[in-house]
Design a protein. Structure first.
Length: 154
């Protein structure tokens, strides 16, 4: 299903695309050694958003501490607008993850002088992030195999 880019394999800064039956296009873009999937004309279902919330929060916080609105912004940016989170959806998840001791929080004064609650991974959150990563990659590879698609994860 994936095709080689004319003149070589998918590589740094190169794109390849496949037309999907419903008119959406799935692209794989390799930039700086990282692969991103970009969906055009396709929004994620509520069920997929709900299922992916915990691993996405863990992945974001694995890069460093952050506060709620910044997490929402990062998800919107990374998904190119295909995952839309609201504060009303995110904060209960953050509170649950805090009760599960996956994340810890602290109040800090931001650059604009406002107090914000910052979240960071705990040691058990770091372990949970690795478990989630392994599980999601297994699901991805299984679906790609069943659908006859080549994975573009490296």
């Amino acid at each position: 299903m994936w095709r080689k880019r004319q003149g070589g394999m998918l590589g740094k800064g190169r794109r390849t695309a496949v037309a999907k039956p419903n008119g959406a296009r799935l692209q794989c873009l390799a930039l700086l050694g990282k692969v991103r999937l970009l969906w055009e004309g396709l929004m994620a279902s509520k069920e997929l958003i709900a299922a992916s919330t915990k691993p996405l929060v863990l992945a974001i916080l694995s890069k460093g501490e952050s506060y709620g609105y910044a997490i929402i912004d990062q998800i919107r940016e990374q998904s190119e607008g295909h995952l839309e989170w609201s504060e009303g959806m995110l904060y209960p998840v953050l509170h649950r993850m805090e009760k599960e001791k996956l994340i810890v929080s602290s109040w800090k004064v931001g650059e604009n002088g406002r107090k914000r609650k910052y979240y960071r991974l705990s040691a058990s959150g770091t372990r949970a992030m690795e478990t989630e990563r392994t599980q999601w990659l297994a699901v991805h590879e299984t679906l790609a195999s069943l659908w006859g698609a080549k994975t573009c994860l490296t």
